[in-house]
Design a protein around this ligand. Structure first.
Ligand code: SF4
Length: 331
């Protein structure tokens, strides 16, 4: 099957029905041992130092892995993606467009979905059949997420990674289905690992994958990973069809829609605090103003750049924040 690169989550059901193997370039980049080489390659090609590491990593991952076709999300994703896809086109990569309209209009999304299906020459019935098949796997990811906050048998890192990989089902949805089945069986055998503090992680997935273990070393644990959970479509079972599923997806739409879901999860999971991760040179850092105003539990903003481990200053800030939460909880 032909590989097709993704720069963000798109209706993967259409691509699978069309016989493609979707590959999430974010995951290729961030899970690579040589992730810095992807960034260096992009900078060598002229990407500025003052540009988010994800964009450079996606570019490097696409070029170095010889991905010849990608889906370029022109609306509802990062504005940097627009220039990224222009550069990729000039490097011989075919870019197929998709947009999540900013107005969150379901009719426009439905038109976009129809155009996307027509572009890949697949019909609605085939796509819905694929959706049903994938929803079995989404159900497993949802169950694992639930174990994080009901049974406390899933680590913060597992919760992050297992949901994140649903964006492309790790490149092989049948194998990922089997993997999650085995994972769930293993999780079901575990004793609860409850920490004194239960935290939420919001914002784009981190470059610094060690954040999960670091907070656990401070007797705290992430039991909610906002964006990773959205990538896994936890409300798939409430959606009547593809359009409804991708309409009920907070990542590409407005803040009010997103915050409603975050607040609901804070309540359901009884969180003690929130860590809001942003990426250096990302416009989304400004959203912290809105988040601070909307959320009524303690929240801290930390920033990552190129390194895949936390720097000393960020560790110190996290430690101080978590100390404060411990004191607050004891009082
Ligand atoms: S972290 Fe921000 S700037 Fe970077 S790709 Fe994501 S949205 Fe764009």
């Amino acid at each position: 099957m032909k590989k097709i690169g993704l720069t963000t989550t798109v209706p993967i059901e259409v691509l699978l029905a069309a016989g493609y193997t979707p590959i999430d370039l974010n995951n290729v980049f961030v899970t690579s041992e040589n992730y810095l080489e992807y960034i260096e390659y992009a900078e060598h090609e002229g990407f500025p130092k003052s540009m988010c590491a994800w964009i450079k990593g996606i570019f490097g991952a696409c070029m170095k892995n010889n991905i010849k076709e990608i889906i370029g999300v022109m609306e509802g994703d990062c504005s940097n993606t627009k220039v990224l896809v222009e550069i990729l086109k000039k490097r011989g990569v075919t870019v197929h467009p998709f947009s999540f309209n900013h107005g969150h209009d379901i009719k426009l999304l439905n038109d976009e979905m129809k155009a996307f299906m027509a572009y890949f020459k697949v019909c609605k019935e085939d796509v819905e059949e694929k959706r049903n098949e994938l929803n079995v796997i989404r159900k497993l990811a949802k169950e694992i997420d639930k174990k994080s906050y009901e049974a406390f048998t899933v680590s913060g890192f597992e919760n992050h990674l297992l949901q994140l990989c649903v964006s492309d089902f790790d490149g092989d949805y049948k194998a990922y289905h089997q993997f999650l089945l085995e994972k769930l069986e293993d999780i079901n055998q575990r004793e609860p690992d409850k920490k004194a503090l239960m935290l939420g992680y919001i914002g784009v997935p981190p470059m610094t994958g060690d954040i999960f273990d670091y907070v656990e070393s401070l007797d705290a644990k992430f039991i909610y990973n906002e964006v990773q959970r959205e990538f896994a479509f936890p409300r798939f079972d409430q959606a009547a069809d593809m359009t409804a599923q991708y309409h009920d997806y907070t990542y590409p739409y407005d803040f009010d829609f997103r915050i409603k879901e975050i607040k609901e999860q804070i309540k359901i999971r009884d969180l003690d605090g929130i860590i809001h991760y942003t990426q250096a040179f990302c416009h989304k850092a400004t959203e912290h103003i809105l988040l601070k105003e909307a959320i009524d539990i303690p929240i801290i903003n930390i920033e990552g750049d190129k390194l895949n481990v936390l720097d000393a200053r960020t560790k110190l800030r996290l430690e101080a924040f978590i100390d404060m939460l411990h004191d607050r909880k004891e009082v």
